[in-house]
Ligand binder design. Structure first.
Ligand SMILES: C[S@@+](CC[C@H](N)C(=O)[O-])C[C@H]1O[C@@H](n2cnc3c(N)ncnc32)[C@H](O)[C@@H]1O
Length: 232
């Protein structure tokens, strides 16, 4: 019997936003796997840490920053270690911040393992769904539309996306913040735009985008634009 790979959404940061199912599986799986970006301790592990019993086997997928080839190799190595545990009959909880299947690191492990092993995904509260609660505004209501885009897109692709729907969620803001702010201002959408950094964590920042200095932002930041009447 081989083990099952569980892709576990641990939510945006506040451990109380983990689902009961996520907490139960993290506590029960003999092996826990998670990504670590560069040298920074794993965010996903820090969210779930209270549920990981001492002495669990842990597989750290060390993802280098700014090195696409190294990233592929890291997921290959992580998938290999996870496959060894699954082949030995152990269930593996692969932690992923937010929701695993929305820009989640879990996708890259799942793609490598789903043909060979039983896999189950446990949805999590995405950062883009935590955001509206933190700014105190609906993202969309009624027949309004929402567009979700990474801030890494070029200006033309972003302008097309931003122009297409009433509400927009931009992830992966980071060093793109000054460019994104200029683009949003150019379209006259600054009054409807909010900046949310480290949503639901104690060091969270929530600001109108207009008040955010045009400097690089941390990796864990999003911009939400809610411009329709019903959404304010
Ligand atoms: C690789 S994507 C992962 C998205 C995640 N699966 C989700 O559902 O939220 C990483 C991006 O998610 C956003 N993000 C994740 N957690 C966040 C948080 N607590 N606060 C603000 N942004 C966050 C940031 O834009 C970050 O660059």
């Amino acid at each position: 019997m081989t083990g099952t790979l569980y892709g576990i959404g641990v939510g945006p940061g506040d451990p109380e936003l983990m689902t009961l199912k996520a907490a139960r599986l993290v506590a029960g799986c003999p092996v826990v796997a998670y990504p670590q970006l560069g040298d920074t301790p794993s965010f996903a592990r820090s969210i779930a840490s209270a549920y990981i019993p001492d002495g669990r086997d842990e597989i750290v997928v060390k993802v280098p920053l700014g090195d696409p080839g190294g990233t592929e190799a890291a997921y290959d190595a992580g998938a290999k270690s996870i496959a060894a545990a699954l082949s030995a009959g152990k269930d593996v909880a692969a932690l992923c911040e937010g929701d695993p299947l929305l820009y989640g690191s879990f996708i890259y492990l799942w793609q490598r393992l789903r043909d060979r092993f039983d896999c189950e995904t446990i949805p999590g509260v995405s950062s883009i769904l935590a955001g509206p609660a933190r700014i105190g505004a609906a993202l969309a209501a009624g027949s309004e539309r929402v567009c979700i885009v990474p801030g890494t897109l070029d200006d033309d692709a972003l302008e097309a996306a931003i122009g297409a729907t009433e509400a927009v969620a931009i992830l992966k803001v980071g060093r793109h913040l000054p460019r994104l702010k200029r683009l949003i201002e150019r379209r006259g959408l600054l009054p409807d735009a909010h900046y949310i950094e480290r949503a639901t964590l104690p060091n969270e920042k929530v600001l109108p985008l207009a008040d955010v200095p045009p400097e690089s932002a941390p990796y864990f930041s999003i911009i939400l634009i809610a411009r329709a009447g019903a959404a304010r």
